[in-house]
Design a binder for this molecule. Structure first.
Ligand SMILES: [Zn+2]
Length: 344
């Protein structure tokens, strides 16, 4: 059974479109007798054949008056389209003037500027005006109890490593897992200090190790297939690394490497690491705490950027509720006080 969202030990990092306030725009409406709807709708059709950015708004609102009578409020157009006087003149020309037609003078009201993309946004705006919203929960992320336990276990393991990490290194740790069988594919930690290399962030090292692990797996598969082959294998030395790796080469190397995999990381990845995750086609990202230069929620939301060709789901604040105390002693956060020198 799926665990209710309110009980997840993390939060989904939604795109700006999914998390924004829907804002408002000003529109003209007029109240009419329900019997006169057709002629007014004909006027609207002729005057404004295009929807004018009001596709998410219903055209008519039903009003139940105290004495039991029903009137309809009809949405005419955005106030930016014309002035109130000009609108009244047009209505009169079409014989839907306020006196002859028994309708109220036009008045300006606020309706949502954007269409709601989820229930939270819908609930926040539905009082303004009737909104067209079809809830589709098929694409919503879902987790059962066992999956929540696996996520908690992986993140707890990384947090423990982070708390016991060597001084001199940033306590940033990452782990790639195949969620189909919960197998750990690779891990990585930040080795910028030891390697004296500015690109050896935990996530980059972890992706490198996924490549090594996949290579080993393929080689062992080959060995099994051809046991008589006595040729020595390529050196699988995990620590070997080009001393001057080029970022473009690294990005090229990671393409499609993590398809269907999850990554857990103690800190929200920086832009470079987030782009590497995107190129690797990572399935989902779980991070424990946000980073000042984080690109998956704090500064950018690379995972949901429209112009990029791969999107993935991101969950932040994993186990954060229970572990807020640990932050006070986290040297990573203290080191980052000067702003841009440190990112994860
Ligand atoms: Zn990074």
């Amino acid at each position: 059974m799926n665990v209710d969202k309110s009980l997840w030990p993390f939060q989904q990092v939604l795109s700006d479109e999914e998390s924004r306030d829907l804002g408002t725009q000003s529109v003209y409406i007029t109240d009419i007798d329900p019997k006169k709807t057709t002629i007014l709708l004909k006027f609207i059709q002729r005057q404004w054949p295009q929807q004018q950015g009001l596709e998410h708004c219903k055209r008519i609102r039903k009003n139940l008056l105290p004495e039991g009578r029903i009137t309809l409020s009809v949405l005419l157009c955005p106030t930016s389209a014309m002035g109130e006087e000009e609108l009244e003149r047009l209505l009169n020309e079409f014989n839907v003037g306020d006196n002859a037609f028994d309708r109220s003078p036009v008045q300006a009201i606020s309706v949502p500027l954007y269409a709601p993309l989820n229930r939270t946004q819908f609930e926040s705006c539905k009082h303004l005006w009737p909104i067209i919203y079809r809830e589709d929960t098929r694409l919503d992320p879902k987790f059962n109890e066992s999956q929540i336990n696996d996520i908690t276990t992986h993140m707890q393991a990384l947090i423990t490593k982070s708390q016991n990490s060597l001084s001199g290194e940033l306590p940033v740790f990452a782990r790639v897992v195949d969620p189909s069988n919960n197998r750990i594919i690779a891990e990585g930690s930040d080795t910028r200090a030891a390697d004296k290399h500015p690109l050896h962030h935990a996530v980059m090292n972890c992706i490198d190790n996924v490549a090594l692990s996949e290579r080993d797996r393929r080689q062992s598969h080959k060995r099994k297939l051809n046991q008589t082959d006595s040729l020595s294998e390529e050196d699988p030395d995990v620590s070997s690394r080009d001393s001057t790796p080029n970022l473009e080469e690294t990005v090229e190397k990671v393409a499609y490497l993590c398809t269907g995999f999850d990554i857990y990381t103690t800190h929200e990845p920086c832009t470079m690491c987030s782009m590497a995750l995107l190129h690797s086609r990572i399935g989902r990202v779980f991070y424990h705490k946000p980073s000042r230069t984080g690109a998956l929620g704090t500064v950018y939301k690379i995972h949901s950027h429209k112009s990029l060709n791969h999107h993935f789901k991101v969950f932040g604040d994993v186990l954060r509720r229970d572990l807020s105390q640990a932050e006070a002693t986290d040297p990573y956060l203290q080191l980052g006080n000067d702003g841009n020198e440190v990112d994860a």
